[in-house]
Design a protein around this ligand. Structure first.
Ligand SMILES: NC(=O)C1=CN([C@@H]2O[C@H](COP(=O)(O)OP(=O)(O)OC[C@H]3O[C@@H](n4cnc5c(N)ncnc54)[C@H](OP(=O)(O)O)[C@@H]3O)[C@@H](O)[C@H]2O)C=CC1
Ligand SMILES: O=C1OC[C@@H](O)[C@H](O)[C@H]1O
Length: 410
């Protein structure tokens, strides 16, 4: 019942009246993701109006605008970015167009909510996020839309970790074979597609957040390339491994077309598993020569869509021993946690009644910054977005694949 109630509210949000000075957002591209990422979240946000949509084809823009109750439709993206009635632009174009249209929008004086991955590679990310226009007073806001990190479930996971003491972390995001059409933008190298650029970026962000730092080195990267007849420069799936400064190992697996050995579609819940190194526990009851050690494993299930459902498993393995190979006693404590909302007083994640999607939380924080308010601690900084693309590139280099192409727009 709770699951149905939560998701009904997200799928069919209650429309609220808009306040004066609400942020007027224009959409670049009549995209598949925009209804979930901004159009529905905006309905229940009094400070946001989805004011316009632009598509390459004017008729397509009109049809989309009608379907989603958007006031204006534009043929061509530049017309929308130049429109004085628009405060902010949401860019959900193919990855290869993010850099160009983010810069064009920022240069037109608009704030930008930019879909992940922010750019095609680290060179573009450094050029975009390090752009001189951010040195000006009243510089526009630019946010890479990594919605997952704005949800209390993700923040709760982070609060349960001891980053310096992590020995390994694994992150996996799969889509079953057959969900994406063969002509999907994710399968086009020229549009900066590839599994690592898509689902892989969630895994990469996960590792960077879990270890709380950047990796020293990409140790392995093994792609499964697109099948014959498709763009041979694109990875259909990728496995990769990095070493972090504390010696911990981070691994990822992403697959845009997961299948069994027989070729049948298969899937698994998105997840991240974090294993800590053993720590010694103070224990007054220990006999002479004994030690009490604890190893903690924390796993989050479904960090991608936590508002639908998620769970965080905490497994604490206790051991009393005299030496590494002489165990006296061992026992396990298991706990499960969920966090659907923020506690209003403490600001900490908590389970509870109110529930919003990752995208609603993200939109609220974007609006906070646009309005010059501090907002919460959840944010994706410019440096974060650049480091993110550096880690993506490190895996492509290790795999012997070309980096995604740099835009010719300057
Ligand atoms: N945050 C999230 O959870 C998600 C993020 N994304 C990100 O959003 C972006 C868009 O994804 P999605 O909505 O699935 O994409 P779509 O397949 O819906 O494509 C988005 C838009 O790209 C435009 N487009 C411009 N040039 C081209 C071209 N040469 N070929 C094809 N399309 C083109 C189309 O615009 P037009 O309408 O003008 O024709 C289309 O509406 C990607 O960067 C993706 O990574 C996607 C899904 C989930
Ligand atoms: O960002 C995304 O999230 C959901 C996935 O299904 C999709 O491929 C990806 O672009």
């Amino acid at each position: 019942m709770e699951l149905l109630r939560r998701n009904f509210n997200i799928l069919f949000p209650t429309e609220v009246p808009k306040v004066e000075g609400a942020v007027r957002i224009g959409l670049l591209g009549a995209s598949k993701i925009a209804p979930t990422s901004v159009i529905k979240p905006a309905k229940s946000n009094p400070e946001v109006v989805i004011a316009a949509v632009a598509a390459r084809d004017g008729e397509r823009a009109k049809t989309y605008a009608k379907r989603w109750g958007i006031g204006r439709a534009f043929e061509g993206y530049q017309e929308l970015t130049d429109d004085p009635d628009i405060d902010a632009i949401y860019i959900s174009l193919p990855n290869g167009l993010h850099y160009e249209w983010a810069l064009k929008s920022l240069r037109a004086g608009k704030h930008v909510l930019l879909e992940k991955p922010s750019t095609s590679n680290a060179t573009e990310a450094a050029s975009l996020f390090g752009n001189e226009l951010f040195q000006q007073p009243k510089a526009p806001v630019l946010l890479e839309a990594f919605h997952v990190r704005f949800h209390p479930a993700w923040q709760m996971l982070l609060s349960l970790l001891d980053p310096k003491n992590i020995s390994s972390a694994h992150s996996s995001f799969h889509l079953p074979r057959g969900i994406l059409a063969s002509d999907d933008i994710r399968f086009m190298y020229d549009l900066s597609g590839g599994a690592l650029m898509d689902l892989g970026t969630y895994s990469i962000l996960s590792l960077r957040q879990i270890f709380g730092t950047e990796p020293d080195e990409c140790l392995e990267a093994t792609p499964r390339m697109m099948p014959k007849g498709y763009d041979q420069k694109c990875d259909h799936a990728m496995k990769a491994k990095w070493r972090f400064p504390n010696g911990g190992i981070g691994t990822i697996e992403c697959d845009l077309s997961a299948r069994t050995a027989w070729g049948l579609p298969t899937g698994s819940l998105p997840m991240c598993k974090v294993v800590h190194k053993e720590v010694k526990i103070e224990d007054a009851d220990l006999a002479e020569g004994q030690e009490h050690v604890l190893s903690k494993t924390v796993t989050i299930w479904n960090p991608m869509g936590p508002s639908i459902w998620h769970r965080i498993d905490i497994v604490e393995q206790h051991t009393i021993r005299t030496s590494k190979d002489k165990t006296i006693r061992t026992w396990t404590h298991k706990k499960h946690k969920k966090a659907y909302t923020w506690n209003k007083e403490s600001g900490r994640p908590t389970s509870g009644e109110e529930c919003k999607s990752t995208f609603s939380h993200q939109l609220e924080q974007f609006v906070n910054r646009v309005k010059g308010r501090e907002g919460s601690d959840c944010w994706m900084s410019a440096e974060d977005s650049i480091k993110q693309m550096e880690m993506v590139d490190s895996a492509y280099v290790k795999a012997g694949l070309p980096l995604r192409p740099t835009s010719s727009y300057h």
